[in-house]
Design a protein around this ligand. Structure first.
Ligand code: IMP
Length: 202
């Protein structure tokens, strides 16, 4: 059989590359909205959980395209801040934050005086797979670490320069290795068996 088509709910080049690297041999032809000629209206990420947001984005993409679609939602959870910013990571600090650098600086300020042992944190991602007709599946991935005392490394995006792995490197210092160990990579890897199973029904 020819590979069925799987729509991505994102045109973000980094995410597209990562998803293709992880799911490229899963037996699906992965297309972006632009490649499929589908215009996706932006979906407000107003849910209280990663899964609510991921499901909303995947369902919207499946409805708009008539194809099975995947979407992800993610964030960083800091134990010393009772799990914040979590699902609101992209908006941490509100509209006065200009960019990721501002958000990282704010997070470091909030943790001033907190010793290394208490700076534990994790990245969490939920990936949703939606079929036209609104049948939806979700899978989750988590990577544990801690918040650095100061930013380190120049790769990655978002909170990567201040997120330290157990070996002391930040996720902005590990390059493509991140595509194998990240929360998003783990969530996508967990989706693989399901994609294989559902391929026959697509
Ligand atoms: P979204 O899933 O694209 O909405 O991302 C949520 C927010 O969490 C982003 O704006 C980033 O700040 C943060 N985030 C999610 N995943 C990562 C990551 O792998 N590295 C750094 N920051 C991340």
């Amino acid at each position: 059989m020819t590979d069925p088509t799987l729509m991505l709910s994102t045109g973000n080049a980094g995410k597209v590359r990562e998803i293709r690297a992880i799911l490229g041999d899963a037996g699906w032809r992965i297309v972006t909205p632009a490649e499929a000629g589908v215009a996706l209206a932006p979906v407000a990420e107003s849910g209280r959980s990663y899964s609510e947001n991921a499901i909303a984005k995947a369902v919207a993409a499946a409805r708009a395209s008539g194809l099975p679609a995947i979407a992800d939602d993610s964030g960083i959870e800091v134990d010393a801040l009772d799990g914040q910013p979590g699902v609101t990571s992209a908006r941490f600090g509100g509209p006065s934050m200009r960019d990721d650098l501002d958000r990282n600086a704010l997070l470091l300020r909030r943790l001033e005086g907190v010793p290394a042992a208490k700076r534990t944190a994790r990245f969490r991602a939920v990936v949703a797979l939606a079929f036209p007709g609104d049948r939806v599946f979700t899978r989750e991935g988590v990577i544990e670490g801690r918040i650095a005392l100061a930013p380190q490394g120049a790769n990655g995006f978002g909170y990567d320069p201040i997120f330290l792995l157990p070996d002391g490197r930040s996720t902005a210092e590990i390059g493509e290795e991140k595509d194998r160990i990240s929360h998003r990579a783990l969530a996508l890897a967990a989706l693989r068996p399901l994609l294989a199973e559902l391929r026959a029904q697509a």
